[in-house]
Design a protein around this ligand. Structure first.
Ligand code: NAG
Ligand code: NAG
Ligand code: NAG
Ligand code: NAG
Length: 492
């Protein structure tokens, strides 16, 4: 049963999304969508972590806003969310979420719920240590010390008129970077002219277009290439048995697409992920839509994130994921020229594979609905000839709770069971191939598309046209309003 206060909170959140959406001229507008639990967590976190986290609250809000924005991708799915019994799914969830990971019952995971204590790391690593699984890896660098003079402003698109960016721009020399004008705001509805050219642009956001060079799935059937976006964040850490502990217990490696601004805010958590055998890849500096940026800004976003990771870990990632999946042929060419091959999530039967976890802290979907939608996704995944990759997040306590207590367990307990691996593992890459310093093969030329997809310059199979579109649009706003109506109808 859903208590009335919870319902009001849900509707209030939906309403605020709607209002913000109406006023939005870009993703930033969504920064107003705050949720008590996450903000409380962020501010208490900043007390216990290093210098840059002074802005953790706004950073989290901004990223959550970003997450909110990216939802539009599945706004259609959302409004079509099975209103099928919250009671049934809650029961299933309670049975599946084990008690040993400090995860609340599914029905109590919601916006505004009391925040748990910030987890802390149980294992820390000293400079000079090397990851045992990564042959030839450089030792961990000197302990990271933040100095504001060394870095661009957190969560803002970095300035391009700097020596660093000018130096990184030289990496594009000799590469064919398509002359595609930046989109207005990375959304389909925000730029009708660009939308009309979506196929020529190879624009994923608007029509689901991919290139043969994109990693869009895992080759082997029933294999889930597990990834988490937007961290590193404190809820990944081991204490209180959260994400890293769970992955360790289940012997699962995952791929973390990290935001540069978070890397220098939580360097020890990044180190813990890397040293535990997880893969680290680039997810930009500020988490803004890349197709809306100039070439120089894209280079700055990727370059600063790569530099942050290299400074903290001593290694340089060879893969990236565009925030919101907002990628086109220009962004791809720049990423590849800088030595970072794009990875996106699978478009399966029924649309893009999204855990919808970010909808729950955004207040637009309940945890029970999220879990129910995810079970549908797993059902769809069994129909595919290949494996798959799904959008999932580790920035928020709620999304970590959903992963640890529910989605990962659902896949492991599924009959037949899924095989959970990192994306590099599912592609049969060597661990060293994830980083420039240790690579033995050039990942930009590895042929991994043959077994998975056949999408070069064609729409992603199964993608229902603009269903891949980012949400910051009138369409998505009405979809969210629709969600409110659906929820009302199903709950009252
Ligand atoms: C699963 O596939 C069905 C049929 O195509 C679709 O309606 C549904 O939205 C899909 N769900 C997910 C989560 O992929
Ligand atoms: C990898 O291959 C690409 C495409 O041939 C090339 O541009 C790039 O320089 C190569 N990278 C390395 C590190 O050799
Ligand atoms: C990549 O896979 C495709 C499809 O199987 C194949 O035709 C092509 O020759 C392969 N390319 C390389 C470089 O192995
Ligand atoms: C890929 O698609 C092209 C064009 O539709 C087709 O000719 C080719 O046979 C496909 N290749 C594979 C491996 O499915």
């Amino acid at each position: 049963m859903i208590a009335l206060p919870a319902l009001s909170a849900l509707l209030a959140a939906t309403l605020s999304l709607e209002l913000v959406g109406v006023n939005a001229h870009g993703p930033h507008a969504h920064a107003h969508v705050a949720h008590k639990r996450q903000l409380a967590a962020a501010s208490s976190g900043s007390a216990s972590v290093a210098a840059p986290t002074t802005s953790a609250t706004s950073a989290l809000a901004a990223t959550s806003a970003a997450a909110t924005v990216s939802t539009a991708a599945s706004a259609g799915t959302t409004s079509a969310a099975p209103a099928s019994g919250p009671a049934t799914t809650a029961a299933a969830g309670s049975a599946i979420g084990t008690g040993s990971y400090s995860v609340p019952p599914l029905e109590s995971i919601s916006v505004g719920m009391p925040s748990g204590a910030i987890p802390t790391l149980t294992t820390t690593y000293t400079p000079g240590a090397s990851p045992t699984y990564l042959s030839g890896a450089p030792p961990l660098p000197t302990k990271f010390a933040f100095s504001s003079a060394d870095w661009p402003e957190l969560d803002k698109i970095p300035p391009t008129d700097t020596d660093q960016v000018k130096q990184w721009m030289k990496e594009l020399d000799g590469h064919d970077i398509p002359d595609i004008t930046p989109t207005q705001d990375g959304s389909c509805a925000g730029d009708a002219a660009a939308a009309a050219q979506a196929q020529e642009r190879g624009w994923w956001t608007c029509g689901g277009y991919t290139s043969g060079n994109d990693i869009v799935s895992c080759p082997d059937k029933m294999t889930w290439g597990v990834s988490f976006d937007d961290g590193p964040a404190p809820y990944s850490s081991q204490r209180r048995k959260k994400l890293l502990q769970y992955l360790d217990d289940k012997d699962i490696s995952a791929t973390f697409f990290v935001v540069g601004s978070r890397v220098i805010s939580y360097p020890d958590i990044l180190i813990a992920e890397y040293m535990a055998g997880h893969e680290i890849a680039v997810h930009t500096w500020s988490h803004h839509p890349l197709t809306a940026m100039t070439n120089e800004q894209i280079v700055a976003e990727l370059g600063w994130t790569r530099h942050a990771i290299q400074t903290v870990l001593g290694v340089t990632p060879t893969f990236m994921r565009a925030p919101f999946g907002d990628i086109d042929n220009r962004v791809r060419a720049i990423s590849n020229a800088m030595g970072m091959r794009p990875i996106i999530w699978t478009t399966g039967p029924g649309g893009p594979f999204d855990t919808n976890d970010w909808h729950v802290p955004a207040g637009s979907v309940t945890a029970q609905e999220q879990y129910s939608i995810f079970q549908g996704l797993l059902g769809n995944a069994t129909l595919m000839d290949t494996g798959f990759i799904v959008l999932e997040h580790d920035l928020f306590e709620i999304t970590v709770d959903l992963a640890v207590g529910y989605t990962l367990d659902a896949a492991l307990n599924h009959k037949p069971a899924f095989n959970l691996e990192s994306i590099g593992q599912c592609l049969s890459l060597n661990a060293g191939d994830l980083y420039a310093e240790t690579a033995t093969t050039n990942v930009s030329t590895v042929n991994v598309t043959s077994s998975g997809t056949n999408s070069s310059s064609a729409a992603a199979t199964g993608g229902s046209g603009s269903s891949g579109a980012a949400p910051r649009t009138a369409v998505s706003v009405s979809a969210l309003v629709g969600v409110g109506a659906v929820l009302l109808a199903s709950l009252l």
